[in-house]
Every structure is written in structure tokens, then in C-alpha cells.
Design a protein around this ligand. Structure first.
Ligand SMILES: Nc1ncnc2c1ncn2[C@@H]1O[C@H](COP(=O)(O)OP(=O)(O)OP(=O)(O)O)[C@@H](O)[C@H]1O
Ligand SMILES: [Mg+2]
Length: 474
């Protein structure tokens, strides 16, 4: 076969870089992408500073991870930087540091010291003004006395990395960049960052990730608190039956792990403050649905991925859906790692489950209106009648690699058929007069070898329609 002639077409730096600023990051996602790198570098502490000084305002993200030597640091600035990734690593594209940084600022400086004996401080800077001027893929190598002031002395003698964003043209777009309004807005951004990181890294912050020390993140000196979407410390939260579903991928296949939760309704929360906090950044209605984790880091919070509509009655349903990077291509993970789409095979499998979760959530929601039985004869002078606690359909099986034992955890209730025998003596006699509905169902389940299934159905029935279960004798 004839050798084909090739012609090299190198991208134009100026225009390409300008386009790459628009990959769809907002400030919160951009900061989270830089924190991903700190997590991948095994950092146990990440400190974020948002500093207001008009057009000289800056944002700094520093970590105590393993840092970078000169060569790694230079490579880190290459779009499409190359390296091997471990199975649980958050990086994938070799883009995040550059694309997240330039989506928010015009000048990014990275100062790093590798975790190696005798390692020295290394620093590089990407300046969009310079690239626009020379139209070439160039960065600056900085000596220690050329470091921008906010990036100096942050690491001391320790290993770690400092990422400094200056020229925040995408963050501060105000007519009067030194004015009070601009300052207020920048500080509001700092609060958003705090809230967002508390959500997307909640498993890392709470020390729930296997083989990792807990992560500490601070924003302007204040520790970021983990926000658990499933409120597992609320005793009335219900953990429903977990599922593992195998999903094909380009490289083979991978497992998607589903853990559904139904949260207590407002009356059954431990306090109104806890209820308010549980509503999350987008509020109760928009926080219902799937919480999609990639390698323990939250990518999508809430929404039903077009499997059902957002609905007031389903707002207590929150479902953890986890996958690992071997399924990246199936989920269509994008550079900003801010959204994914569910693979078709998975959608088919979980569509019926979504209906079940919706029904259980609806039942929990309606308990708000329904007084506990028996209803009080006359209204009490004060206080709310507590509805019976929601119960889980099935106990969650423990997931390898994650120890949730430290959580007091939601109520899990797994009645076996035996629990029900001898209960419900008031069961109605069937038309034939010989067997109650309960006995008939038990006999049929026994005959079909489906005792376990019946036990799960009954448990769900007691949660969703307790009066029907009672009528049937359970
Ligand atoms: N805080 C850090 N500590 C140590 N190394 C880092 C740090 N930040 C970046 N790096 C190095 O720079 C490389 C490039 O980072 P970048 O975020 O651009 O891409 P990535 O993390 O490999 O992939 P992705 O585009 O998915 O984020 C990383 O792979 C890592 O080797
Ligand atoms: Mg990265």
C-alpha cells in the first residue's frame, strides 16, 4: 500500500485557547475540577482563598498532596497532558487544570514542590495576554522571586501544590470592579464554592472513601462541611433495596451500584434546621432523583435523567448511582465532569425501579397529611402528631471497600415472613371461608419458592399502603 502523504496542521494557539475557555464550566465546577487534582494527588487538606481587591482580586487553591517535579509541572500545562490513571482516579482528559482555570481567569500560576528528598519549588505560569500576543503555546517558568505575591510562602518547606488565578475576567464583570456590589458578589461566590464542594466531595470529607484519610477543605479559613444528600443520620430516613447492574462499555463492562433512599417528610425530620439543610443547594424539589458518583465524587446532584418528571410528591426520593471510570465512555463523561447521560442499557433496567421509588417517596410524603392511628379525638393544644417511621424495603447490603458503620444510619427494616406470622389475626376470611388472603398469599409464595420476594413486597406494602397491609392481616 502506498504511503500517504501527511501534512501537519498545528492549532492556532490564540483562537484555540479562546475557544477552550468556553467548555461549560461555571466557577463552582472549575474550582471542583482543580480540587479533583488535589484529591488525585492524595492531598488530605485543600485550602481555598477568595480574595477581593477589585481588578486585582484572586482565587487560590492550595493542597498538601504529592506535588510535582519540574518535568511533571511543565507537562501539567499541556492541553491533553499524558499519563497513566489508576482505577479510582478522578482525572481522565489531561485538560482540567488548564480549561477550568482559564474558564475563570486570564493568568494561572502553579507553584509546586514534589514529595521527594531535596525537592525544590517549581513554578509555571500560563498568561492568556501573552499567548494572544505571540499566538504560540508558551508558558513562563518562574523563579522564586518572580512568584506573584499570593502564591509565595504558602507551601513553606512542605510538599504540595498552589494554583493561583488572577485576572478574574469571567468572575468579576462589574462596571465598578472595586465597588461594594462587586465585593458582595465575589463573597457570594465563595459561599457557593463552599456549598458545592461540601456536596460533591461529601464522601471524601466524611472519610467514607476506601483507603483514604478524610479530606479537609476550607474556604477562606472556614472548614467545608460534608452535605449528605441521603441524610443517613436521620433515624427516619429509609434505605431501600440496593442493586448492582452490569453495564457494557467500549472496553468490556462495569458495575453500576444503586442505593435508593427515601427521606423523612418535614414532620419526621429531627429538627426544622435539619430539614432546611437537607433541602440542598437547589431546594427540595430540584434535589430529588439521582446522585451520580464517579469514583466517589459527585458529578450530578438531583434530576431524573428523563426517566420521570420532577414532582413535589417524589421530592423525598434520592438515589445514589455510582460508577467507576471504566464506564466513562458509556456515561459520556465530559471534560468539565459536570454532567453525564445514563447508558441506554441502564435506563431500561432502572425505569421500573424509578416507578417503585417514586411510589415509596409519595407514600412518605403523604404521611405528612395523615395523622398516626388512631387519630386523636380532639385536636391537641400544641405539637404535631408524629406519623409512624418510614421503613426500608430491604436492608442495604454492605458495599466492599466502604465502611458505613460509623454512621448511626437510617432505619433499615427487613421483616422476614416469620415476623408476620401470628400477627394480624384479624385478617379477613376469603369468600370461600376457608383461607384468609394472607394465608393464601403465603401459601402461593411458598409454592412458587418466592418467600423472600413476598417478604420484600409485604415490607414495601406496609410502607406504601399500611392500611391495605393491615386489612390483609399483616
Ligand atoms: N494539585 C496537583 N498535585 C499534583 N499533580 C497535579 C496537581 N494538579 C495537576 N497535577 C498534574 O497535572 C496533570 C494535568 O492535570 P489536569 O487537571 O489538566 O488533567 P488530568 O487531571 O490528568 O485530567 P482531567 O482533564 O480529567 O482533569 C495531572 O494529571 C497531574 O499529573
Ligand atoms: Mg484534573
Amino acid at each position: 500500500m502506498a504511503v500517504r502523504k501527511t501534512i501537519q496542521v498545528v492549532p492556532r494557539a490564540r483562537r484555540t485557547l479562546t475557544s477552550l475557555r468556553n467548555l461549560g464550566y461555571d466557577l463552582r465546577h472549575a474550582v471542583a475540577d482543580v480540587v479533583d487534582n488535589s484529591v488525585s494527588a492524595d492531598a488530605t487538606a485543600v485550602h481555598i482563598t477568595v480574595y477581593f481587591d477589585g481588578t486585582r482580586s484572586w482565587i487560590r487553591i492550595s493542597d498538601n498532596g504529592r506535588g510535582m517535579d519540574a518535568e511533571t509541572l511543565t507537562e501539567a500545562f499541556r492541553y491533553g497532558s499524558d499519563r497513566e490513571y489508576g482505577r479510582t482516579e478522578l482525572g481522565r482528559f489531561g485538560f482540567g487544570l488548564k480549561s477550568a482555570s482559564t474558564s475563570q481567569c486570564r493568568r494561572v500560576t502553579v507553584v509546586s514542590r514534589a514529595d521527594a528528598p531535596g525537592a525544590v519549588l517549581e513554578a509555571r505560569q500560563l498568561d492568556l495576554d501573552h499567548i494572544e500576543e505571540v499566538d504560540n503555546w508558551e508558558i513562563f517558568g518562574l523563579s522564586s522571586d518572580e512568584l506573584p505575591e499570593p502564591s509565595r510562602s504558602v507551601l513553606g518547606e512542605a510538599a504540595g501544590t498552589v494554583v493561583l488565578w488572577e485576572g478574574l475576567d469571567r468572575v468579576l464583570r462589574y462596571q465598578d470592579p472595586f465597588g461594594g456590589w462587586a465585593k458582595k458578589q465575589l463573597m457570594a461566590h465563595a459561599e457557593d464554592i463552599d456549598e458545592h464542594l461540601g456536596m460533591v466531595f461529601h464522601r471524601f470529607l466524611a472519610g467514607e472513601v476506601a483507603n483514604r484519610d478524610p479530606l479537609q477543605i476550607t474556604v477562606n479559613g472556614t472548614p467545608v462541611e460534608a452535605w449528605d444528600p441521603f441524610c443517613r443520620t436521620e433515624s427516619n430516613a429509609s434505605a431501600l433495596h440496593e442493586e448492582d447492574i452490569e453495564v457494557p462499555s467500549r472496553e468490556g463492562s462495569g458495575i453500576v451500584h444503586l442505593s435508593p433512599f427515601v427521606l423523612p417528610n418535614q414532620n419526621q425530620f429531627s429538627s426544622q434546621a435539619a430539614w432546611k439543610r437537607a433541602s440542598g443547594p437547589k431546594g427540595w424539589n430540584r434535589q430529588q432523583g439521582f446522585y451520580i458518583y464517579r469514583a466517589d465524587r459527585l458529578i450530578q446532584s438531583g434530576g431524573w435523567c428523563r426517566l420521570r418528571a420532577v414532582d413535589e410528591h417524589a421530592k423525598l426520593a434520592r438515589i445514589s448511582l455510582e460508577f467507576f471510570p471504566e464506564l466513562d465512555s458509556s456515561f459520556g463523561v465530559n471534560v468539565a465532569k459536570a454532567s453525564v447521560s445514563l447508558p441506554e442499557e441502564l435506563r431500561k433496567e432502572i425505569a421500573p425501579l424509578v416507578k417503585t421509588w417514586g411510589r415509596v417517596a409519595d407514600s412518605a410524603y403523604r404521611q405528612k397529611q395523615r395523622p398516626s392511628s388512631p387519630p386523636p379525638r380532639r385536636p391537641k393544644p400544641s405539637g404535631v402528631v408524629a406519623a409512624p417511621p418510614a421503613r426500608s424495603v430491604h436492608p442495604p447490603h454492605s458495599k466492599p471497600g466502604r465502611d458505613r458503620s460509623s454512621n448511626s444510619g437510617p432505619a433499615t427494616f427487613s421483616p422476614t415472613l416469620a415476623n408476620y406470622r401470628g400477627v394480624g389475626t384479624s385478617s379477613r376470611v376469603s369468600a370461600a371461608g376457608s383461607m384468609s388472603a394472607r394465608q393464601a398469599l403465603e401459601a402461593a409464595a411458598d409454592h412458587a419458592g418466592e418467600n423472600e420476594a413476598l417478604s420484600r413486597i409485604l415490607s414495601a406494602l406496609r410502607t406504601m399502603s399500611p392500611e391495605v397491609a393491615h386489612d390483609l392481616g399483616w
